[in-house]
Design a protein around this ligand. Structure first.
Ligand code: G3H
Ligand code: 13P
Ligand code: ZN
Length: 329
């Protein structure tokens, strides 16, 4: 084993998710691909006293390079400690596509948590693969998320026209047979910036969520595809040379209701990308001669951090769950 996540100052998600369920909030699970996004996320969470799950998709793993990932995570936990904060930080493989990649992340890159996304397979294959990953990961005290149901849109290189909502009657059996630590469900969320069309009634199926909760009381539930697609950033992008049309997301108030239930982890990536892009486009529009990456990426980071701080309150209700850090710049 190359790295033990505990030596990197990371935590698995077990107690993070259980505490969130006990106290009626959800843990922010934010994706990152570069230093500035990581800074935005960790600074926002330290300043809000919110726990954080740093998510790396297979695409992000390729982009960052698997040997750099543990050190980016270590940089984040060092920042937390230096800030005098005690927020727990998890490093999580998002949409893990195979046993082999989950195994590599655990053994060689210091991941404290992995998702095995076998939702594209039939039920029995999903159970078998999720169980195999859970049994392996648990030997290293690494937590595992699996998924039942299929989100509409593009998910793990599979494109589904329609949502295949999670069937409440399957969840108890799935959780018992696989031994996973948390379960991602499909209740109408979807990945990316185009979740609804103009004229739709943007909503998630809180009724299905309630039925699922009744079947597995207290078990940590995960929502993917939960960006709200803040219109102020879409507008700013379009005003500064971008073209993003008819992008609509999940209303904050619905996600906030979910965070008070057994939903213990809510995944957001697109919102951060939009805020970051709005900042970068504005920096270039304000100063077309700029060519110092610290200036334009710095503006992207500033926008993303500000937005995530607001979201921690409006959606997750996770502010002050841990000791607040100092307002470090
Ligand atoms: O769920 C998917 C995440 O938004 C990651 O997206 O595959 O473009 O890194 P990505
Ligand atoms: P969004 O595209 O809605 O941000 O979803 C991100 C996600 O689910 C990452 O796993
Ligand atoms: Zn996802």
């Amino acid at each position: 084993m190359k790295y033990n996540y505990k030596d990197l100052g990371l935590s698995n998600t077990k107690e993070m998710l259980n505490k969130a369920n006990r106290e009626g909030y959800a843990v922010p699970a934010f994706n990152f691909n570069n230093l500035e996004q990581l800074q935005a996320i960790i600074e926002a969470c330290v300043e809000m006293g919110a726990p954080v799950i740093l998510q790396v998709s297979p695409g992000a793993r390729n982009y960052i390079g698997k040997d750099m990932i543990p050190w980016m995570a270590k940089a984040a936990t060092s920042y937390v400690a230096a800030s005098g904060s005690d927020i727990p930080v998890a490093l999580h493989l998002d949409h893990g596509p195979s046993f082999e990649i989950a195994e590599d992340c655990i053994l060689n890159s210091g991941f404290s948590s992995v998702m095995i996304d076998a939702s594209k397979y039939d039920y029995d294959e999903n159970v078998a693969l999720s169980k195999k990953v859970a049994e392996f990961a648990h030997k290293y005290d690494v937590t595992v998320e699996a998924e039942l149901g299929v989100l509409a849109g593009i998910e793990d290189e599979v494109s589904a026209e329609e949502h295949i909502f999670t069937k409440p009657e399957e969840v108890e059996d799935f959780v018992a047979k696989t031994g996973v630590d948390s379960l991602a469900i499909a209740i109408g969320t979807s990945h990316g910036a185009y979740k609804f069309k103009p004229g739709d009634d943007p909503h998630i199926r809180l009724d299905i969520l309630k039925k699922i909760e009744e079947k597995i009381p207290g078990f940590p539930i995960v929502l993917h595809g939960s960006s709200s697609i803040p219109q102020q950033y879409v507008k700013m992008i379009n005003e500064n040379g971008g073209v993003i049309e008819d992008a609509l997301g999940i209303p904050d108030d619905q996600l906030n209701l979910a965070s008070k239930s057994a939903v213990a982890k809510i995944n957001v990536d697109s919102d951060g990308r939009l805020a970051f892009t709005a900042g970068v486009r504005k920096a270039f529009a304000d100063n077309p001669g700029e060519f110092d990456p610290r200036k334009y990426l710095g503006k992207g980071k500033e926008f993303m951090k500000k937005y995530y701080k607001e979201k921690i309150v409006d959606v997750y209700g996770a502010e002050g769950a841990y000791k607040k850090g100092t307002e470090r710049k």
